[in-house]
Design a protein. Structure first.
Length: 298
């Protein structure tokens, strides 16, 4: 698989999940965080399942793969969004985004310890440069005090979120080497949706949705189908063709995309340090991308 194709797909993936941050920020004004996550993965699971029906892959229906898909689905599509939402009750968006962006570092360390993938100097440099660029981009917001009485509670929870995402990436990578992402993704999303259902699915949710405007329902559909199902389907496809560290290396595109969209949509200004930091981030991503190129060539 050409490395430029893989890079293009993962860039689009994290850009789409960045738009999900803006859509989620809008929807939590009307719905609870767990309700937004439940709807996103329910719609996304049905959407990817419809794609799955057009693709034949009998290995994905075998019991070991099915059980592993369920467990990883609960890990990434239930525990991950729960911790993600909980963290923002105690910290700012910028500080939380920076902690979450450490995910590739944890994925690299976990992959190295478990012998799933090697640590290379060039990929390590790419991770460090990317994190430094994101920190510089968010510099003006990082000095803001964290919300809540427990100063570092949000950062600790978000660190657990990043670790959860890293563990998922490493474990999913080994599974996707044998199973098509088109079969694997809907099972995981629906498993996560089922785990969230006891806290999110009730009569009041249906009543709330019935009062939504067409535009608001369209945002929910976009969040589920495009920024949910399609984005995670592409992410799992990339995991089947690249390392877990490379896949998570592009996580900083999420907050950068959200902040860039906030400029025209929410009238939030773009600062000079954001522009410079974004350029540094892309430099780090280029270093990581060139690592994949070498692996493909070699």
């Amino acid at each position: 698989m050409p490395h430029l194709t893989i890079t293009f797909v993962i860039v689009i993936t994290h850009a789409l999940t960045g738009t999900a941050s803006v859509a989620t920020r809008y929807l939590v004004e009307y719905l609870q965080p767990e309700e937004v996550a439940f709807l996103r993965y329910l719609i996304g699971g049905v959407f990817t399942a419809s794609i799955c029906l057009m693709i034949k892959n009998t290995r994905a229906t075998q019991r070991p793969f099915f059980v592993k898909s369920l467990l990883l689905g609960v890990l990434f599509f239930a525990l991950f969004p729960f911790l993600f939402s909980l963290a923002f009750k105690y910290t700012t968006a910028a500080r939380g985004a920076l902690v979450l962006a450490t995910m590739p570092m944890w994925a690299m360390l976990i992959g190295h310890v478990t012998k799933h993938e090697p640590m290379t100097p060039r990929l390590t440099a790419g991770v460090i440069v990317t994190l430094a660029g994101l920190a510089f981009a968010l510099m003006d917001k990082l000095v803001q005090p964290a919300a809540g009485p427990l100063t570092f509670m949000g950062e600790i929870i978000m660190l657990l979120t990043a670790l959860t995402g890293a563990v998922y990436s490493v474990l999913a990578k080994s599974t996707l080497a044998d199973v098509s992402a088109f079969r694997y993704t809907p099972v995981m999303m629906i498993a996560g949706c089922a785990a969230l259902a006891p806290w999110a699915a009730d009569v009041s949710l249906i009543q709330t949705l019935s009062g939504f405007s067409v535009a608001r329902l369209a945002i929910i559909l976009y969040l589920g189908c495009i920024a949910g199902g399609l984005a995670f389907l592409m992410m799992n496809w990339v995991l089947g063709h690249a390392s877990a560290t490379f896949t998570t290396l592009f996580v900083p595109l999420n907050p950068l995309t959200a902040m860039f969209l906030a400029w025209p949509l929410l009238n939030e200004p773009l600062t000079l340090n954001f522009i410079i930091g974004a350029l540094v981030v892309f430099t780090g991503l280029y270093i990581g991308q060139s690592t994949l190129k070498r692996a493909v060539i070699n």
